[in-house]
Design a protein around this ligand. Structure first.
Ligand SMILES: C[S@@+](CC[C@H](N)C(=O)[O-])C[C@H]1O[C@@H](n2cnc3c(N)ncnc32)[C@H](O)[C@@H]1O
Length: 554
């Protein structure tokens, strides 16, 4: 279904409109399943290009390379066959728009300033652009919902966390699985702190404690885990009763929204927080969204996903397993699966291809053709067994397939390690005492999905505070779902009896509920928007999912 000019006719305003869009995408791509299920190497190796209509091939093989590179961006040319033009335009009309939104319009009063050299140290142009925009958006949302606490999930080296802390005056926890990243974050934060302290001294401002991000080294494996971590941060702050709220000066001015910050008592009575993630890989972004939906404390989530290839997908053998894709009940209902190759493909960027230029574009195509040829050679077992018997034993795979193999092996090691561990929620690798600067929680966390539900009340000492009952009862999800069903039941009974129908036993309300509930998604309690917040040429993964909880359901 194309609008003829490539303009999108779809919207995500409601769950049903979103589902309409999704269904249109599914309908469009299903006939090309053999292409999206294939690696680009197979395109050459298995002769998939033979499935491309002859008149398209005849035309495209004579076209300048630039015309090919701009196909993913939806650019068509007059001399192309009508069916090719229609195909590309339909594709364009179905894709999510990536043009950068006008952030000042979307977020009135947005405080977006260029980062000073100290805060921007180590960032390349892309990162600086991303951090400036995202930090401003998070700060604006924080102001809007009256929260001052942010958890930066998958914080890397803490770029976002530091800007939110020092420039926007927010209280930030930076979680990352990598211990090295935590150490770099701390070292960076200390340098930035010294810079601001000296600046305050020089300008004769009274010496105030500077809020610096608290780093947490932990591999987040589930929403339950992130929820419990977030709660522990809140409890830790309440227990600490600090004597200062950070409203740190930014360049040449007082704290960005110091006057708008809630008073100290408000802040520490409040137990709300925001989850923010810049390119949190694969399932980590999904975990953030789930945590947002499940946690009472998390009032907003701002997430820009990445590494879609790392998303876990529904495993039909384990009907109840929690997977990264699809998260939406509506999509689950369609039974649509992406598959590994499609997820790999999703990491490609139309903008990047368009801007590649002739030389780099050709080089890319040549590289893939070479890779395909290499793979064909490798798959000749005779050659392998003679010259590379070891490689043959380890099953030949190159490129992304090789990466996938390594990932699978890594996952196996992780799982076997977990199965040896005692069933526990966290294994604290250190006393987790906060260091002198008060900036660091370091504890390695492991969690077994299987044991998670069984173990309640494991404890972990964070910031001197014993956090009991880390694990929410596994009943929660079911209980909430049951509560909603009973409300639905009540609603139906009263409605039907008002219509004069008293014999309800014939109507299988549970069945009706099961069929309709997936489509309600979270519309009544959550306000959400997907907004491209970065320049797609600089940063192709630029769509932020920004959601906040409504105070009153609609
Ligand atoms: C693409 S990097 C982004 C880093 C940072 N947000 C930035 O933009 O500079 C993703 C980060 O997420 C971390 N990460 C991935 N999976 C994680 C998990 N399950 N729990 C915690 N951190 C994770 C990685 O260690 C990595 O530092």
């Amino acid at each position: 279904m194309s609008s003829g000019n490539g303009k999108s006719m779809f919207s995500c305003k409601t769950a049903s409109e979103t589902l309409e869009w999704i269904n249109a995408v599914i309908e469009f791509i299903e006939p090309y399943r053999f292409l999206i299920d294939a690696h680009v190497v197979n395109f050459f190796k298995d002769g998939l290009w033979e499935a491309v209509p002859k008149d398209w091939m005849d035309c495209l093989s004579k076209d300048p390379i630039q015309n090919l590179l701009s196909i993913p961006s939806g650019l068509v040319h007059d001399h192309w066959p009508v069916s090719l033009k229609e195909f590309v335009l339909t594709l364009k009309s179905l894709s999510f728009p990536r043009d950068q939104a006008n952030l000042f319009q979307e977020f009135p009063g947005l405080d977006m300033t260029s980062l000073n050299n100290v805060l921007a140290q180590g960032m390349n142009r892309k990162k600086k652009h991303e951090i400036e925009a995202l930090a401003a958006v998070v700060s604006s949302v924080a102001r809007n919902i009256g929260s001052t606490r942010v958890v930066d999930v998958g914080a890397g080296q803490g770029y976002l966390a530091q800007v939110l802390s020092f420039q926007h005056g927010l209280s930030v926890y930076a979680i990352d699985a990598c211990l090295h990243h935590g150490k770099v974050t701390d070292a960076r934060a200390e340098r930035v702190r010294k810079y601001y302290a000296s600046k305050m001294r020089k300008s004769g401002l009274e010496s105030r404690e500077l809020s610096i991000p608290k780093t947490v080294t932990c591999q987040v494996l589930s929403a339950n885990m992130l929820n419990n971590l977030s709660n522990s941060f809140i409890q830790g702050e309440h227990a600490k009763k600090p004597n200062v709220v950070s409203g740190i000066m930014s360049e040449q001015r007082k704290g960005p929204h110091e006057s708008e910050l809630p008073s100290t008592s408000d802040v520490f009575c409040s137990s709300s927080l925001i989850l923010a993630g810049l390119h949190a890989c694969g399932d980590l972004s999904v975990t953030m969204l789930r945590t947002f939906l499940e946690s009472d404390q998390v009032k907003s989530v701002i997430s820009i996903g990445c590494c879609y290839n790392l998303l876990s997908e529904d495993d039909s053998d384990k009907a109840s397993s929690v997977c990264g894709f699809p998260m939406s009940k509506g999509v689950k209902f369609t039974g649509f699966a992406l598959g590994r190759s499609a997820r790999d493909l999703a990491c490609q960027s139309a903008e990047r291809w368009k801007c590649l230029g002739e030389f780099a574009g050709l080089h890319n195509f040549e590289l893939h053709a070479f890779r395909a040829a290499f793979q064909m050679v490798l798959s000749f077992k005779k050659v392998l067994s003679q010259y590379y018997p070891k490689l043959l034993m380890e099953s030949p795979s190159i490129g992304r397939q090789g990466k996938a193999l390594r990932r699978q092996q890594h996952q196996k090691i992780l799982e076997s390690n977990l199965s040896y561990e005692e069933p526990k929620f966290f294994s604290a690798s250190s006393s987790t005492n906060i260091s002198k600067e008060g900036s660091r929680f370091a504890f390695a966390c492991t969690e077994s999905r299987d044991t998670e539900k069984k173990v309640a009340g494991s404890c972990c000492d964070i910031d001197g505070l014993s956090c009991e009952s880390f694990v929410e009862s596994s009943m929660n999800e079911e209980t909430r779902s049951f509560d909603r069903f009973s409300l639905f039941l009540e609603f139906c009974h009263s409605g039907l009896s008002r219509l004069g129908l008293h014999y309800l036993s014939d109507i299988e309300l549970h069945k009706v509920w099961e069929e309709t509930e997936p489509f309600s998604e979270q519309g009544s309690i959550v306000e959400a928007v997907m907004l491209p917040i970065f320049d797609p040429v600089l940063s192709p993964r630029n769509v932020a999912l920004i959601a906040k909880k409504r105070t009153t359901p609609v």
